[in-house]
Design a protein around this ligand. Structure first.
Ligand SMILES: [Zn+2]
Length: 95
């Protein structure tokens, strides 16, 4: 069976199943590649070195760091700093 490499951590099979490239756990399908990922949202802080200034100086909404992990090997699959409540914009679609 052949695979299409999506990035360093994900691959797409001929059956449209997205798997972790490290443990081969099923993460999703071509229409929702991170469907089975574990999601975590935390408030970023200046101490984490994720931010260089206080977000409240620029935006009125709360800011969160949203991370997606493989549920089996816990590899970090995606990470973004976004306004709280935003939908996930980095999903890839093969449709
Ligand atoms: Zn994995």
């Amino acid at each position: 069976m052949s695979y299409i490499r999506i990035d360093d951590n994900l691959e797409l099979s001929e059956a449209d199943i997205v798997r972790c490239r490290h443990c081969h756990n099923e993460i999703g399908h071509s229409d929702n590649i991170l469907r089975n990922a574990i999601w975590r949202e935390l408030a970023p802080t200046l101490d984490d070195h994720e931010l260089c200034e206080e977000p409240g100086n620029y935006v009125d909404r709360d800011i969160v760091t949203r991370s997606a992990f493989c549920p089996q090997c816990l590899t970090l699959l995606s990470r973004e700093i976004i306004p709280k409540g935003e939908t996930f914009h980095r999903a890839l679609s093969f449709d």
